[in-house]
Ligand binder design. Structure first.
Ligand code: PXP
Length: 241
């Protein structure tokens, strides 16, 4: 299982003061020392946390790989084409949201009629970037992702993280979706809302090969430091295998 650590919220603290610290790139290097297999950042259109310069510096300095989350904004697609991160994960983006709220609804008439996603995928693929799409764990959406010619899907675990204490329904949905994605030939990633309490059931789903985790690790880092926070998550993620 690959553990990719999302350092957006290190930049959130920096931007709260428009200061120079804490530096998400320095944090990323510590995450790597703690056992991260990759670093994830979301360059949002409003640049509310990660900025272009962070992505440039991460591309230069990360010792592992960079997974860039993005929507289809032309300037961000152009930056990705220039920097060539290892992986680009397309996510839906609404300015007023606090965090990414749902997966890309690839079956909706609006997205199907909009050429921007397919065009952006084609541009980044031509640059040699591995493409993943962040989607809800829904077989019909997985089939659309396959038709778009991407390598991977990242299953949205937000609903699971909200309901896992009361019901196994969302975990079952993730298991079925992961099996379906693998059957149609897609690599399976997962993320959003995963914590030290709820990660292990998801890490135990055999088809899932990559987890993207941010908020919980950055929160734990306040108590124990980010290297140790990653080391602890690494242990939980590896245990079910
Ligand atoms: N995966 C995707 C596609 C995301 O947008 C996010 C949040 O930026 C995450 C994973 C990480 O979510 P969290 O911060 O809740 O761990």
């Amino acid at each position: 299982m690959r553990l990719y650590v999302n350092v957006d919220h290190v930049a959130t603290v920096r931007q709260a003061r428009r200061a120079a610290e804490p530096d998400p790139v320095a944090a990323a290097l510590l995450c790597e020392r703690g056992g991260a297999d990759g670093i994830t950042v979301h360059l949002r259109e409003d640049r509310r946390h990660i900025r272009d310069d962070d992505v440039v510096r991460l591309r230069e300095r990360a010792g592992t790989v960079l997974n860039l989350e993005l929507a289809t904004a032309p300037d961000i697609v152009a930056l990705a084409t220039r920097l060539v991160p290892h992986q680009a994960t397309f996510v839906p983006e609404r300015r007023e949201e606090i965090t990414t709220e749902g997966g890309l609804d690839l079956t909706s008439p609006a997205i199907r009629a909009d050429p921007r996603l397919a065009e952006s995928i084609a541009r980044l693929k031509a640059a040699g970037i591995r493409i993943s799409l962040f989607i809800n764990p829904d077989p019909a959406v997985i089939d659309r992702a396959k038709a778009l010619g991407v390598e991977a899907v990242e299953l949205h675990t937000g609903e699971y993280s909200h309901t896992y204490r009361e019901s196994a329904r969302e975990l079952d949905r993730l298991k079925r979706a992961a099996a379906h994605a693998r059957t149609v030939g897609l690599a399976v990633h997962a993320g959003h809302g995963l914590t030290y309490d709820n990660v292990q059931a998801v890490a135990g789903i055999p088809e899932i090969e990559e987890l993207n985790i941010g908020h919980s690790i950055v929160s734990r880092a306040i108590a124990v430091g980010i290297e140790q926070a990653v080391r602890e998550m690494r242990g939980l993620v590896d245990a079910p295998r």
